[in-house]
Design a protein around this ligand. Structure first.
Ligand code: DGY
Length: 324
């Protein structure tokens, strides 16, 4: 069994994988993205590939890997970098790593919300630059978080964790949109959240709009001019989900018109090559995809990916099977 780990993992997880006796493990160091040629070689070389969310897997990989690559045991909960239909069509099983990063991602989303609302990035830059002129009544006024309304798009694990933080910690009213009809007890346990019928209605109610839906074709540029136009003037967008969920042109327009007061972002189209326009806005907090980046969480993600692989190789159904 030849196993490829596409990026460097935390040492404890690499150690467990190499000592698990599952096969011949290749750990790709140094930690650089795989080129197109490497992917095409991997299609003919490995039985198991353990990719991660920043991998760019060429479309030609899937048919080339048929009969050789048996599983993508993904390191990460998001799997929009994997073409699930093409994987299924070419007999490649896919697993992911939910649960273990829920709290940390929601913590980061709350941090972005606070930083954008209270202008922490701008204030930090001003202070570092030696431009702070001292306390004054009109200096760097932000938006009050306590008691405001949070709109959530996507009420899965991370959306629910965000709702709890906002409601329990900051007394926020929580409204959300999701395709599934969420049972009353789940809404009550997660911030007394209210389900609204559409994204537009959530956007219209929200002082803060936080995205917690998956990326991929179904949600591509779903947060667009229609949603921004529906928002209250001075609202704030938080995105810790996937960059491609937001139409970035529409985002810049909403910031230019003053419709949006600010944004707190962890994810972007075409990461890490950000649209240079982002750098012009002082009222956008820019984080480099840090949602799950805490000690313990990145290990837990690796262990979960290995658990899934072990189950698959035993002939069991992996706990975190992803299906089209
Ligand atoms: C994931 O696992 O999908 C996250 O985006 C990584 O932080």
């Amino acid at each position: 069994m030849k196993i490829l780990v596409t990026r460097a993992w935390p040492k404890a997880t690499e150690d467990r994988l190499t000592n698990a006796g599952l096969g011949d493990v290749t750990l790709r160091h140094p930690d650089t993205p795989m080129s197109h040629d490497e992917w095409m070689d991997a299609a003919k070389t490995y039985d198991v590939i353990m990719p991660t969310v920043s991998d760019k897997i060429p479309a030609e990989f899937y048919p080339a890997a048929k009969g050789k690559v048996k599983i993508f045991a993904n390191y990460g909960v998001g799997f929009n970098h994997i073409d699930i239909d093409a994987a299924a069509a070419n007999d490649i099983t896919v697993t992911n790593t939910p649960d273990v990063l829920t709290d940390c991602t929601a913590d980061l989303a709350m941090g972005l919300l606070l930083a954008a609302a209270r202008r922490i990035g701008e204030g930090e830059r001003e202070t570092r630059a030696g431009k702070w002129e001292g306390w004054r009544p009109t200096h760097m006024i932000g938006k009050k978080v306590t008691g405001a309304t949070l709109g959530i798009i996507g009420f899965g694990r991370i959306g629910q964790a965000m709702a709890r933080r906002a409601h329990n910690g900051f007394g926020m009213r929580v409204v959300f949109q999701d395709a599934w009809e969420v049972p009353e007890d789940i809404k009550a346990a997660n911030g007394n959240a209210e389900q609204l019928p559409s994204m537009v209605e959530v956007a219209a109610e929200a002082d803060f709009l936080s995205l917690h839906c998956p990326g991929g074709a179904d949600t591509y540029k779903m947060i667009n001019a229609i949603i921004f136009n529906a928002m209250k003037p001075g609202a704030i967008l938080v995105n810790s989900a996937r960059g491609d969920v937001v139409d970035e042109d529409a985002l810049f327009d909403a910031l230019d018109s003053g419709k949006l007061a600010a944004a707190g972002l962890d994810v972007y189209h075409n990461e890490p090559a950000l649209d240079p326009r982002f750098l012009k806005y002082d009222n956008i907090v820019l984080a480099p995809h840090l949602g799950s980046a805490t000690d313990g969480t990145r290990e837990a993600m690796g262990f979960r990916a290995i658990d899934n692989l072990e189950a698959f190789l035993r002939g069991d159904t992996p706990g975190d099977l992803v299906t089209p």
